[in-house]
Design a binder for this molecule. Structure first.
Ligand code: AMP
Length: 484
């Protein structure tokens, strides 16, 4: 507690921190809080999980005066993050009894207007905040602190104009705090234009290499889901997050996992707010084991106890890889990040390796059974076209043209994947030493070669022509590292 005190945090917040049993400040707290309490504008490069909410929260709550109107605004890219930040601020500010209101789209205006009239701190998404400002239902005269949380995501999501309008609508004399997982050129431009001589502090994206195991595994398109299912069933897991690049894929994966008795649920921006909140509550209380999500839906969410992160689709923006894996191995716990890679993911995967300082070890899929998949109905506008890339439900399964389509009565046309038949034939590419995962010593496109661990059934491998040496080899690991 002494270390928090030396940062200058006021007594009521210290008490709240003590209740949380935080032992010492996180790196971003240590580096940024003194500047924040000194009234400086701060640009902080730090990701979710770094303790950033307490860092800016200590600054906001420090001077808050009850009953004096809105004094601070925190802008967040998503509704979930708005709720999460608001509840953290309530926790840290519980001895000050400040009123904190979360506002975001998808909810009726009227109750928000009533709460805004009595609040001191507003946490909200840019669109809805601007809406209230324009309607005159959010008074800005007393605002002296503005926080841009996850600024890079807000800009990625196209909120730049709204953010600028909000900054300009606030009083000129204010402290601006910008928190961002990455400081892009656009984020820098925003800081230069709207912040006064800001101090920049940064911490490494927190990935504890000793706690987090990063693995990738190559499969063919048609075995992608089967491998995911196999791993989820095989691995001893706590809560699991499965990342996809599209909303449709999240639905596809969640539905198919449910078919195999796995308690999975999809979350994405296409769901209404009450559904999203109920999903998150279930996941938080561990009533659901697997959250299948898009990057946007997951950004900023602090979900403790995630033991496994699966990249069902490799992120098409390489920095999202780090955001994704940062969901596990938190607070001293072990975690595992597993990327399921098909040929179509290769380009994105190479980009991930080029742009991030990560070590990802290859494991071999081995002989896993191919399971039957329930296909999503084909969207109407794709009925006559061949599928391309990510929007279709089976992008992960995507190369398989036959599996899609309806019978004209809205039913999926066919399901395929007869267990074991293809697996053992050696012709499917699954577990076949010749074709699939490069244990033939030949360097593949990505420079991948050599021995790997195996996810699959090793004795089956032997019967597939692998000798005991092959099995021994499969216990080796070959790290891949950022080449930069
Ligand atoms: P954040 O980056 O703000 O989303 O915080 C991530 C998690 O870390 C939250 O669950 C916080 O309650 C927790 N946390 C924040 N600061 C500390 C700290 N100094 N020690 C331990 N946990 C912390």
């Amino acid at each position: 507690m002494e270390q928090f005190k030396t940062l200058g945090i006021c007594e009521p917040i210290l008490r709240a921190i003590e209740d949380e049993r935080f032992i010492k400040p996180s790196e971003i707290q240590e580096k940024s809080i003194p500047y924040i309490l000194d009234g400086r504008d701060v640009v902080a490069e730090s990701a979710t999980g770094s303790g950033k909410t307490l860092a800016f929260g200590a600054g906001i709550l420090h001077e808050i005066e009850k009953g004096e109107g809105i004094q601070a605004i925190v802008l967040t890219p998503t509704r979930e993050l708005a709720e999460q930040v608001a509840s953290s601020l309530r926790l840290f500010g519980k001895y000050q009894h400040a009123k904190i209101t979360a506002i975001y789209g998808g909810m009726p205006m009227e109750p928000q207007i009533q709460r805004l009239a009595k609040t001191e701190i507003v946490v909200g998404t840019p669109g809805r905040v601007l809406d209230h400002i324009n309607r005159g239902t959010m008074k800005l005269g007393k605002v002296n602190k503005l926080v841009l949380d996850e600024a890079d995501t807000m800009l990625d999501m196209g909120f730049i104009d709204d953010v600028k309008k909000i900054i300009r609508a606030c009083p000129h004399e204010k402290q601006v705090l910008l928190f961002s997982a990455t400081i892009s050129r656009e984020v820098n431009r925003l800081a230069e234009k709207y912040m006064k001589n800001p101090v920049t502090v940064s911490v490494e994206a927190y990935v504890d290499a000793s706690k987090l195991e990063q693995i990738y595994c190559q499969v063919t398109d048609k075995m992608k889901f089967s491998l995911l299912l196999h791993l989820i069933k095989r691995e001893k897991s706590g809560l699991i997050m499965v990342f996809c690049n599209t909303q449709r894929n999240t639905d596809f994966i969640a539905k198919n996992l449910q078919k195999y008795d796995i308690s999975a649920v999809a979350i994405h921006g296409g769901l209404n707010q009450s559904k999203r909140t109920s999903i998150m509550n279930k996941f938080h209380s561990a009533k659901t084991d697997v959250l299948v999500c898009t990057d946007v839906a997951a950004r900023g969410l602090d979900i403790p106890e995630v033991s496994h992160v699966y990249n069902y689709d490799i992120p098409n923006e390489s920095k999202n890889y780090v955001h994704r894996i940062g969901r596990t191995a938190r607070a001293g716990k072990d975690g595992k990040a597993i990327s399921i890679l098909t040929k179509r993911d290769q380009g994105f995967f190479d980009q991930v390796l080029r742009d991030n300082d990560v070590t990802i070890i290859e494991e071999e899929a081995g002989n896993i059974p191919q399971v039957e998949i329930k296909w999503m109905e084909k969207p109407k506008d794709q009925s006559r076209r061949g599928r391309k890339g990510g929007q279709s439900g089976g992008s992960g399964q995507g190369g398989h043209k036959r599996g899609f389509g309806s019978d004209g009565k809205g039913r999926p046309k066919r399901a395929f994947g007869i267990q074991d038949k293809q697996t053992n034939s050696g012709g499917s590419g699954q577990g076949s030493p010749k074709r699939s995962f490069g244990n033939d010593g030949a360097k593949s496109q990505t420079g991948r070669s050599g021995p790997k661990r195996s996810f699959g059934n090793q004795s089956q491998q032997s019967s597939n022509g692998r000798n005991s040496q092959g099995e021994q080899k499969s216990t080796h690991r070959r790290p891949r590292q950022n080449k930069r």
